[in-house]
Structure formats: C-alpha cells, structure tokens
Design a protein around this ligand. Structure first.
Ligand SMILES: *Cc1c(COP(=O)(O)O)cnc(C)c1O
Length: 385
C-alpha cells in the first residue's frame, strides 16, 4: 500500500531543535523566558509587514492553544453569564465552545456563498431581532474559515453600527490578508492557533492579539492565574493557566523561519487543484472572490454540484480517495446542526448546510511532493472519468 497522504501535517524547518536546545541549556523550561518574548516579537513583525498596517501596533501573547486564546479574548471582552454571543455557524467547534465556558449563550449565523464565512445580511438580521427581544449581543465571533478572509468591511461596519465588539478567530488565517492588512488585525481581539494541523505549529499553541500593551498585560494576568501584586499568593479574580511554555515558543521560532515559504506552498497546492479540476466543470475549487481577499489557502476545498453529476457526491470522491490511502474530509458540519448546540438560536438559510453536504477538503500540506500530487490526480480523474 502507498504511504498515507494527509490533509495537513506538521512540517518542520529543521532549526526547531536548536531553539529547543537553547531553552534546555539555559534552563528556561517555564511558561516564561526569552524564546517566548522573541516568538511574540516575531509574530508582531509578521502582522505588520503589509503597507496598510502602518496605523496600529498590535501586542501579542502566546498561549497554550487557540481555544484558550478564544476563551481569554472573550473574557477580556467582558463576556459573562447570561450574555448572548453571535458566532459563525460554519466553523470548527473551538470557535463556539468558549462562549459556553463563560456561561454565555451562543447564537449562530449562516455563511455567504462568496467567502463561506459570516453573511453580513444575516448578521444584521440577527442583531436587529436579538435587540428587539432585549438580548443585544455582547460580542461577535468571526472566522476566516480555511484561511479565506471574511467580508471584513461589511462585517465590521455592522459591528460598529450596533457598537458590538468582535473576537476575530484567525486560527486558520496566519498569512492571509484582506485589503493588504494581515488577518489577525481586525478584531478587538484576534486569535491564532499553532496546533499540529495548522500552517505553523508549536505542537500545541495559540496567540491572542490585543490592540494595546495594557490589554496584553491584563490578558497575561488572567493567563497566569490572576496573581495580585504580593509576596504571597493572592488572588482577587479567577484566572487560568494558559501561557505557552518557553520550549514550545522555541519550536514556534523555528517555524517562523519558514512561515512565508509554507504559505507559498499551500497556495501552490490550491493552484494545483484549480488546474486539476479545470476539465471537470461539476467541481468548483474554493477561490478568493476578488483581489481584496488574499487567502493563505490553509486547506484547499471543493464543492461538487449534485445536480450536474449523476450520482457522484463528495462521499463518492472521499471514499475513492480513502481506498488510495489519501485523506480528505467533509467541510465543517455547521454548529447549529451539532447535537450539543441544537438548542441555541440560528439565523440563516441553508448556505452552510449545503456546503457541508457538497463540500470536501483535500490534502493541502506544505510537505506534499510531486509524487503525492500525481497520486491525487490519478485518483480524482478515475472518479470523474
Ligand atoms: C484550530 C482552530 C481553533 C482552535 O485552536 P487549537 O489551537 O486547536 O485550540 C479555533 N478555531 C478554529 C477556526 C480552528 O481551526
């Protein structure tokens, strides 16, 4: 049997070991240390590399996961028991779980077909209705799904109009940009993930982007058990143990060296699929709607129109790939269809549901080889012959 081709795998630069060794040699094994500071600085510079970014300085804190970053970001926004928080339905569950951790109520909003992300019209409809029943949302969780930026201008225009804060879930969107501004710069708080399947990884990890240094300092306080200034352990607020370790930050520094290159390789995988499916009109490769959107193409995804092809569905393709030991996965099952979230309100129609029914993510890793691409091409062509 051929070796397995994965959807998205960790891909090291080779220099991670040196950074880990440095941390071990200097005895910085704690969730504090020089690598942590350096990793945060490198991330900050990365966010500021595009021309439209000049106007503001983000502060970052590295954390032990993207999920904890979302939890902390919502806590910073003051989300608490009984609040309503709007969340994009078409996402990974980690966008929504922290809303519930805080005792708040998630309300889910459908996607638009252009970006597969939150539909601005449905968002406004939800806000107007929630306000009318005296449940004005405390915050909005937006997502750049698969690294495709959402409609930043319209979504934030609406959030501003109704004076609602935004938590930007940029977990999948490091290296993506919208209107020449890095994703991760749009929310009142923004989040990255460095989980093993993301574009860069610290094995497990995440980061919270804040707009001011003071916000960063407050978030660090919460992330390190909310310790008051005192020689003994004293606490007047609930805190968490969410900081990234100096060892993991060392892995992150090694990964920063290849971030641009690996985003380039993900985009090459997308270009490969565009070419592969050119001759198969029933299949649409998910692609940026125009030049304002510059995705990192973390995962390449397709939809198959069931009306055109007799009998071939995304399951036909997924199972055929599986036989060839090639991993693929249906698009997100929307949150409002998840058993655990079924009881919460939903605003929208069937855009996200249809994506789930007809869509598939394909192998997208930066470490895929020409040989891998050949195997994928042969398997795909056999299905659509
Ligand atoms: C991966 C991911 C997260 C969670 O990040 P972890 O580091 O795995 O905790 C959150 N939101 C989205 C959209 C993700 O893809």
């Amino acid at each position: 049997m051929n070796p397995k081709i994965y959807l998205s795998q960790p891909h090291v630069s080779g220099n991670e070991v040196d950074f880990i060794k440095k941390a071990l040699d200097s005895n910085w094994l704690a969730p504090i240390g020089p690598s942590l500071d350096e990793f945060e600085k490198e991330l900050q510079l990365f966010l500021l590399q595009f021309p439209n970014n000049k106007f503001k300085t983000p502060s970052l804190l590295a954390l032990n996961s993207g999920t904890s970053a979302i939890h902390l970001g919502l806590r910073m926004l003051g989300v608490s028991k009984g609040d309503v928080v709007i969340c994009q339905t078409f996402t990974f569950i980690a966008s929504a779980n922290p809303i519930v951790y805080l005792g708040a109520e998630p309300v889910f909003v459908d996607s638009e077909s252009e970006t597969w992300n939150m539909c601005p019209d449905k968002l406004e409809e939800a806000i107007i209705h929630l306000k009318s029943i005296d449940k004005k949302p405390k915050a909005i969780v937006t997502v750049h799904s698969y690294g495709m930026p959402y409609n930043v201008n319209r979504i934030h225009e609406i959030a501003n109009k109704y004076n609602i804060k935004v938590l930007e879930d940029s977990a999948e969107a490091i290296g993506s940009r919208y209107d020449n501004i890095s994703c991760g710069m749009f929310g009142d708080y923004s989040v990255f993930s460095f989980n093993g399947n993301k574009i860069i990884t610290t094995s497990s990890g995440g980061a919270l982007v804040t707009k001011t240094l003071a916000h960063k300092e407050k978030a660090v306080f919460f992330a390190t058990q909310s310790r008051d200034e005192a020689p003994h352990y004293q606490h007047s607020e609930i805190g968490y143990n969410y900081r990234m370790s100096n060892i993991c930050a060392g892995i992150g520094r090694g990964q920063m060296e290849i971030l641009d290159a690996h985003v380039g390789l993900r985009r090459d995988m997308h270009a490969f699929y565009v070419k592969l499916f050119q001759a198969i009109p029933e299949v649409t490769v998910f692609t940026a709607p125009n030049d304002v959107y510059v995705p990192n193409y973390w995962l390449s995804a397709i939809t198959i129109d069931p009306k055109i092809i007799n009998g071939i569905t995304r399951e036909t393709l997924r199972l055929a790939l599986e036989v060839e030991n090639i991993e693929s996965r249906p698009l997100w099952k929307p949150m409002h269809l998840q058993p655990i979230f079924a009881k919460y309100p939903y605003y929208g129609s069937d855009v996200a549901e249809t994506l789930f029914e007809n869509g598939l993510c394909l192998p997208s890793g930066s470490n895929l080889t020409d040989k891998d691409r050949k195997r994928i091409a042969i398997a795909v062509k056999a299905v659509f012959k």
